[in-house]
Design a protein around this ligand. Structure first.
Ligand SMILES: C[S@@+](CC[C@H](N)C(=O)[O-])C[C@H]1O[C@@H](n2cnc3c(N)ncnc32)[C@H](O)[C@@H]1O
Length: 298
C-alpha cells in the first residue's frame, strides 16, 4: 500500500477507486460458507470500481486534447529528478509531478477562457506551466501573468513556452504570490480570468486580494482549483488510516495530517465563498473540484 495511492490520489474519484479496490480485495479474501453469498456483493463492488476508475479517463478522452506541448511537459516532468533538485537547494519545497493540473484541466480552463473571451489572465501558482501555455496559445488571449514561488520553475518552463511560440505572451513573476499581487495592484493591472492554484492555506487571502483590489476586471471570473480536495472537505481521511495502515513512518503520519488539514482549510474556504452575498459561485466536479466565482450582478 503505497503512500501516494492511499491519500494522495489526485481526485475524490482516485480515493473512491482505492477504497473500492480495497473492498474488492476484502471480499475476495473471505473464504468458507459466506464466500458464495458474497459473490454478488463482489460483482457490485467491481462494477462500481470500473465506473469510477474509468470516469476521469473517459471524460478526458471524449474532450478536445490539450496542445501537444502539454503532454510533452507532463511526460518530461515525470522524468525530472525533483528530489535531487530540492536536495541541491534549487527549490525551496520538494516538488512532485502530480502538482500539475494536467492536460484535461488545462483543456477545461481553455474552454472557460475562450467562452468568457478572456484577454488577460492571471495564474496564481504555475508549477511547470501546462495551464499557462495552454491559455497563452488561445489566439485571442493577449497576456498570461503567472505567479510562482520557485524561480527554478520559471527556467524549467521557458523552453516549452518558446517551443509553443508564446513566450512573449507569458510573464512569470517569481516570489511569494501575496507580494506579487500587491505589486500588480499598485501597477493597476486587471484580469478577465484568474486561476487560483497555489498554497491552499492562502486561498482566502488570494481571493480577497483579487476581489478587493482592482485585479478582477468588470465581469471577470475567478477559477479556484482543488476545492473538493480529494473529497476531504466532506469525507475527511480517518485517523485510523494511519493507526491501522502498518506504515509507521513520520512521512506517512505527516501526509495523513496534512491531508486532513487541507480538507479543513478547503471546507472553510468553500463555506466563506458560498456564504458571501456579494459572490456567485458554482462548484464543478472537474478533477479535484473547480469553483467558478464572480461578483454578483456583473
Ligand atoms: C498545484 S501547483 C500549480 C499547478 C498549475 N497551476 C497547473 O495548472 O499545472 C502549485 C504551485 O504553487 C506554487 N506556490 C506555492 N506557494 C506559493 C506562494 N506562496 N506563492 C507563489 N507560488 C506558490 C508552488 O511552487 C507550485 O508550483
Amino acid at each position: 500500500m503505497s503512500l501516494p495511492t492511499l491519500i494522495q490520489g489526485h481526485t475524490p474519484h482516485d480515493r473512491l477507486s482505492y477504497l473500492l479496490g480495497e473492498l474488492c480485495k476484502e471480499l475476495k479474501d473471505i473464504k468458507g460458507d459466506k464466500a458464495g453469498s458474497l459473490g454478488e456483493a463482489l460483482s457490485f463492488a467491481q462494477q462500481a470500481r470500473d465506473i469510477v476508475d474509468g470516469y476521469d479517463k473517459y471524460v478526458a478522452r471524449m474532450s478536445s486534447s490539450p496542445p501537444a506541448i502539454v503532454n510533452k511537459m507532463v511526460d518530461e516532468s515525470y522524468e525530472h529528478n525533483w528530489k535531487l533538485v530540492h536536495e541541491e537547494g534549487l527549490t525551496q519545497f520538494r516538488l512532485i509531478p502530480e502538482m500539475s493540473a494536467g492536460g484535461y484541466e488545462a483543456a477545461v480552463l481553455r474552454e472557460l477562457a475562450a467562452l468568457s473571451k478572456a484577454r488577460r489572465i492571471l495564474e496564481i501558482g504555475m508549477f511547470t506551466g501546462t495551464t499557462t501555455v495552454t491559455l497563452a496559445m488561445i489566439p485571442t488571449v493577449e497576456k498570461v501573468v503567472a505567479l510562482e514561488l520557485e524561480g527554478y520553475l520559471k527556467d524549467w518552463s521557458r523552453p516549452y513556452f518558446e517551443q509553443a511560440q508564446v513566450s512573449d505572451k507569458i510573464d512569470v513573476w517569481v516570489g511569494d504570490a501575496v507580494s506579487s499581487l500587491n505589486r500588480l495592484d499598485e501597477e493597476h493591472a486587471s484580469f478577465d480570468l484568474v486561476f487560483i492554484d497555489a498554497d491552499k492555506p492562502n486561498y482566502l487571502t488570494y481571493l480577497q486580494k483579487v476581489l478587493e483590489g482592482g485585479l478582477l476586471a468588470q465581469g471577470g471570473v475567478i477559477a479556484v482549483d482543488n476545492v473538493a480536495y480529494r473529497g476531504t472537505p466532506w469525507a475527511p481521511v480517518p485517523d485510523k488510516w494511519y493507526e491501522k495502515s502498518g506504515i509507521k513512518t513520520d512521512e506517512f503520519k505527516q501526509a495523513v495530517q496534512s491531508t486532513q488539514e487541507m480538507g479543513r482549510i478547503l471546507a472553510e474556504f468553500n463555506e466563506v465563498v458560498r456564504n458571501d452575498p456579494a459572490l456567485e459561485v458554482v462548484m464543478l466536479p472537474v478533477e479535484d473540484g473547480i469553483s467558478l466565482v464572480r461578483r454578483k450582478g456583473e
